[in-house]
Design a protein around this ligand. Sequence first.
Ligand code: SAM
Length: 285
Amino acid sequence: MELTNISVIKDLFERHGFSFTKSLGQNFLINPAVCPKIAELGGAKPGVCALEIGTGVGVLTKELAERCDKVIAVEIDTSLKPILEETLADYDNVEIVFADVMETDLAALLAEKAGGMETVVCANLPYYITSPVIMRVLESRLPISAMTVMVQKEAADRICAKPGTRDCGAISCAVSYYSEPKLLFKVGRGSFMPSPNVDSAVIRLDVKPAADIPAEEERLLFRIIRASFSQRRKQVANPLSGELHISKAELSALMEGFGIKPTARAEELTLEDFGRLTKAVINSR
Ligand code: SAM
């Protein structure tokens, strides 16, 4: 069944009485070149388990099922169930869990179903929860090697932004703490049904081994990153002084102590700078 063919999809929808739920970010891929590329570049291959978030009618699920030993998918919309039973009938290596990914214990799900296989996440993410899903997967330290996801082009630019660039923000720092992000390719809005108002891009996050940092230090690091970018046009010493209850003079001295000019703004700092600042704050207490 050609799941990128508009007449095939419309027929499926009609027969199963399905209609799009805009609030669930349901923009289904209809460009036949995109899903095979996501699967290939995402590391789908024999011996690998793929975790998909949001199946739609199963267009990417099918490509993953053809390449991987196992596919575990989480989909919130139960009205897609009869459609998926039909579109994925030929694949006995796919297991779909109908649940909200934000409420699902993904670590427990993989422990139960992935059978210890190398696991990759591949998905065309619903846009309304792109960053929360990415951070949930990364923060829960799932045993995955990579996460390859389609997101809005602007989100892709922010997530993959290098320090010191205009797009760099708290999300780029947070993502690069856990992984090495790379923008793979862009996808125009015409590749979806219905067509969204924005273009998209596929990014791949290669997960780094867990850093050996105490939990308290990690929490402080993320507090410092969030506070620093909350007023990105200001020198970081300003928002941090309020957040950490440390005087601006003391913060400036801490920054100078490891070679950062005290007038620096958040986007001028690297993740390593934030890490050093966090340690300096802890040592000063
Ligand atoms: N993979 C399909 C494709 O590429 O055509 C569908 C992608 S569509 C952008 C996003 C999918 O995520 C939809 O099927 C939607 O129902 C599902 N979804 C939305 N919110 C979700 C959530 N909180 N948990 C799990 N799935 C969700």
